[in-house]
Design a protein around this ligand. Sequence first.
Ligand SMILES: Nc1ncnc2c1ncn2[C@@H]1O[C@H](COP(=O)(O)OP(=O)(O)OP(=O)(O)O)[C@@H](O)[C@H]1O
Length: 334
Amino acid sequence: MTITNNKAAQRQEPDNPYALIGSSQLMKQVYRLISKVLHSEANILLTGETGTGKELVARAIHEYGHRRTQPFVVQNCASLPDGLLESELFGYKKGAFTGADRNHLGMFDAAHNGILFLDEIGDLPLILQAKLLRVLQEQEIRPLGDTQYHKINVRVIAATHRNLEEMVALGEFRSDLYYRLAHFPIELPPLREREGDIKKLAYSFLREIAMRERRGEMRLSAAAEKALQNYDFPGNVRELKSMIERAILLADDTDTIECHHFPNIQGVISPESSPVHGGMLKELVDHYERQVLIESLKKHHGNQKNTAIALGVARRTLLYKLSKHNINSRNWRA
Ligand SMILES: Nc1ncnc2c1ncn2[C@@H]1O[C@H](COP(=O)(O)OP(=O)(O)OP(=O)(O)O)[C@@H](O)[C@H]1O
């Protein structure tokens, strides 16, 4: 469980309000929906693939909405066994069960007057779905071992990457709970469908992480940018962020991120599979030349003469290429 209690909303950028990055039409539609629910009491259902920013949107609704000075509590419904989840959500009284040696405040009480974010709601077991429905209808809870219900005032934002409508049809999710939660649904689009946002997000993460790593200003080569545009990002924004993070660490001898700094999308940019656009061929050739040089140096334990012979080039040419690619042959000496 995490609880935050923010005092002030952050500054809103016209293009990227609510501290969310992205100004594609699809994200603008999301911002419009957010602005409609900020000051209402409606429960919200956030859907979308993993890593599309559902938790970030829930946090934004808290930070910019009228409950901003009240708690924001997060509970992941998939992370705990059923019994434990129940006592975490509703709390328990001392003596309610073996081991309950003190009163325990549940999430609903912790989120009183604020927002409870229920992540992975599709994983909530049926028995707890019934209990949650009652809480939403009556706005009251009864901790385990208690005889009395008490009133609470909690706005629930639920999120899932699963298809709840399908789960309802299969009898895996209660339809009455679904309709209560889905009063106001907001769907986060997959990153691959957000025109222009990949580049914006990539540069924003590049700036943020390069600064954290004290790397100065960094950039993406045209081919690296293209490779990102062509990639389908099954892990969405989370995946893009971790790819940039890894690329910055891999590119420790240059301030330009190239395609080969994204090892997980190498297939996408291989010469066999990649469409060659302006400027891309040179970068692909450079990339493979660099790999061949390194492999050959490794094989010959950093010996320049033997490497040059093996590659069929004059030693002078080898030296020129090593210096062009910023490769130090000493790194491979035995
Ligand atoms: N629009 C955005 N602008 C900036 N950062 C973003 C944006 N969307 C997502 N992120 C970042 O991507 C990562 C994943 O986001 P988040 O946890 O909100 O996704 P999620 O949809 O809740 O994922 P899951 O379904 O796996 O729980 C986080 O580091 C978040 O800060």
